[in-house]
Design a protein around this ligand. Sequence first.
Ligand SMILES: [Mg+2]
Length: 202
Amino acid sequence: MTDVHEEVQLLAQKIKAVIFDVDGVVFPAEVTEGWYDAEGKPIRVKTRSYTDGQGVSLLRAIHLPVAFITNEHGDHARAISGVVEKWNTLPSSTKAPGDGGWPSVHLYTGMGGEKKVVAAKQFLQKVGLRSLQDCAMMGDDLVDVPLLRLVSLRAAPAQAEDVVKNLCHFVAKRDGGKGAIRDLANFILDARGIDPTTLPPN
Ligand SMILES: [Mg+2]
């Protein structure tokens, strides 16, 4: 009998890059509305988990390039732009690759549905990879399905829609914005026999 878990571990050993959706993955699948600034412009509040930030760092520490692809753009993508900027200025981000430096985090905004596939291909080219089969991807809803279908390791946060989870090899124990990214990072490290306490944290 084939051990399904073992097959998924094999996929986690082979992938060379990781792609994440943003809302419902980095942030919870919800947003706080109804707050306005002095000019009457809506203030959208999103929360995220530091646990996930460490998960992104762990993936980078094992030299896996990471990309975030979202349908949101402009002001609506400001939250993720700020987070990615922070990650790209961590101490290990500013070191040279030969000196233990981490690969940059890539961000693509205004790219939903089929456009996520276009963004993913741009990302591959940037990091010198050829095939989406070299990637893992985590997404939570229908706009992620076209890209999920093309990658080798498909992952979803716990709260993802069933139609998405049913497509996936790996479903996190935690929800998006609450540890789902870390669950996937832990799984990838574990599949490779890497002890996270041996890696630089930032
Ligand atoms: Mg989403």
